[in-house]
Write a protein that binds this ligand. Structure first.
Ligand code: ADP
Ligand code: MG
Ligand code: MG
Length: 480
């Protein structure tokens, strides 16, 4: 039996009830007043917002592993950029999956169409977020959960977290510990990427288009991006449209300019379009194709979207795959080091072996489909049931099998809207996200840099911890 592994706490806990009541009330208001908030599920039709769930005392994160993740981001940017531009690799990795997964299949059709027609806009903008957990099974080294190439969110709210945590530590009399909270420039960095892409497009009158959902729960995060763009580049116009609205109003100009209500679009920033529900009919798919055919710089371009699928992540973990994209042995080793076991479920010898491994030891693995946004994976003994159901069907190629990461626990208070005034001390685990910005085409990379971080924390008893999905809370790494 393995012992439960705990990280230390940033400050001595518990906090007395009286003190806790006061600091929780203050910090809730601080969060609202600084916009660390989301659309209220109850009152969104009345413009209501509530503070986003947060962790009162920041979770500890090993400093060396944090630095490792930061240092690695430019390598991952380069890797993902090259993968996105390798037609053979994308096609080969996804060939079985697209036959059974309609959504990925539709994305792939758009990709093939524009590749065959000839790509109009050769430049892509990547705003990536690589997510990690510390793994107690590998001496507390970080392992990559996934890398997001579309709608990498929470850059705005995370940037608000760091000063909030500083405020809490100060209020509790531990202001001297603030040096352990790394600066976070996620919002500035991500929006800087959009402004750079807008400048590369080179038309002062062209706008940045945010592709959004019908109802945006994560509205403050998105507006922070919009307002930061205005701050950095006051003449840049930002407009927000759903895929359905785009289907109704978008046209291509004579040189394939993307025109929406007559406004030319320089950059398309997708904060929707990553799940089937965002495409209620064929018209939304047509709108996606129209944008892809246009001169606008896409974030992500269709090949970047495909490069971020779980299937491609798994293909990159195959022996020798990284050598196709990275030349320096040191970089290859560093990336390999963050991969945990990732297995294909395609119909071949490797796929069959993976099926057997999952049946023999289901709790060691997670089953993942080609979806984003949380709440889609299968855990624990359900892995076995699902595998028994799908093992003889072609469906299984739509999934990948991933080794489960076992993060260390820590103790903290999670504060949610409408929860008790005095939260309980709970066992939690954290997931670190590192943002990266990359701009370039198939021949060259023009911009490649880091752009801050985010930390999400969830109850150790819950399998997933999406903040927008409801079970996670915003945190900020306290480096130890
Ligand atoms: P999504 O694209 O939907 O966010 P993820 O791969 O990030 O998909 O999975 C969602 C969540 O599931 C993660 O945030 C994490 O909490 C949990 N998770 C995913 N993969 C693993 C893993 N290998 N080990 C432990 N937890 C995982
Ligand atoms: Mg994702
Ligand atoms: Mg995720």
């Amino acid at each position: 039996m393995s012992l439960t592994k705990y990280l230390p706490t940033a400050v001595p806990l518990p906090i007395t009830e009286e003190h806790l009541r006061e600091i929780v009330a203050k910090t809730k208001d601080w969060a609202l007043m600084h916009g660390a908030a989301m659309r209220s599920k109850k009152h969104f039709s009345e413009d209501g917002v509530v503070f986003a769930p947060f962790v009162l005392i920041p979770s500890c994160f090993p400093r060396s592993e944090f630095n490792k993740a930061v240092a690695l981001q430019p390598v991952l940017n380069e890797l993902m950029h090259r993968v996105a531009h390798d037609q053979l690799f994308l096609t080969d990795s996804l060939k079985e999956t697209i036959q059974v997964d309609e959504f990925t299949g539709n994305l792939f059709k758009i990709y093939e169409t524009v590749q065959n027609e000839g790509v109009t806009q050769r430049i892509s903008l990547g705003l990536l977020r690589s997510d990690y957990m510390v793994n107690t099974n590998t001496s507390n080294s970080i392992k990559q959960v996934e890398i997001n190439t579309i709608a990498s969110s929470f850059g705005g709210l995370s940037t608000r977290r760091t000063p909030s945590v500083r405020f809490v530590l100060q209020q509790l009399g531990y202001g001297d510990l603030n040096a352990n909270l790394p600066e976070n420039t996620a919002l500035e960095g991500l929006c800087g990427g959009m402004v750079e892409a807008w400048k590369i497009y080179g038309n002062e009158n062209a706008a940045i288009l945010f592709v959004v959902e019908e109802v945006t729960m994560n509205i403050c995060d998105q507006r922070f991006h919009e307002f930061e763009i205005y701050r950095q580049s006051p003449q840049t116009m930002v407009i927000r449209k759903t895929l359905t609205e785009i289907a109704n109003s978008a046209k291509l100009g004579t040189n394939n300019e993307l025109l929406i209500d007559g406004i030319q679009i320089a950059v398309v920033y997708f904060r929707a379009g990553y799940e089937p529900g965002h495409y209620p009919s064929k018209r939304e798919w047509d709108a996606r194709l129209l944008m892809e055919r246009s001169q606008a710089i896409k974030c992500p371009s269709i090949q970047y979207h495909l490069a971020g699928t779980k299937k491609v992540q798994q293909a990159l973990a195959r022996s020798g795959a990284l050598d196709l994209f990275l030349t320096e042995a040191k970089k290859i080793e560093a990336v390999k080091d963050i991969f945990t076991g990732l297995y294909s479920l395609d119909f071949d010898e490797f796929g069959n072996q993976a099926v057997q491994m999952a049946l023999d030891d289901p709790e060691r693995f997670i089953l993942k489909p080609q979806r984003e946004g949380g709440g889609n994976n299968i855990y624990g003994m359900d892995v076995r049931t699902a595998m028994l159901n799908m093992k003889d069907s072609k469906e299984r190629s739509a999934w990948i099998l991933m080794e489960r990461i076992h993060p260390p626990l820590s103790k903290t208070y999670i504060v949610r809207p409408e929860s008790e005034e005095v939260p309980d001390l709970v066992d939690v685990v954290s997931e670190l996200g590192i943002y990266g910005v990359v701009i370039g085409d198939s021949q060259k990379i023009i911009v490649n840099r880091n752009a801050g971080h985010m930390l999400r924390t969830k109850l150790s008893s819950s399998d997933e911890g999406g903040v927008a999905a409801g079970s996670g809370a915003l945190d900020s790494p306290f480096l130890v």
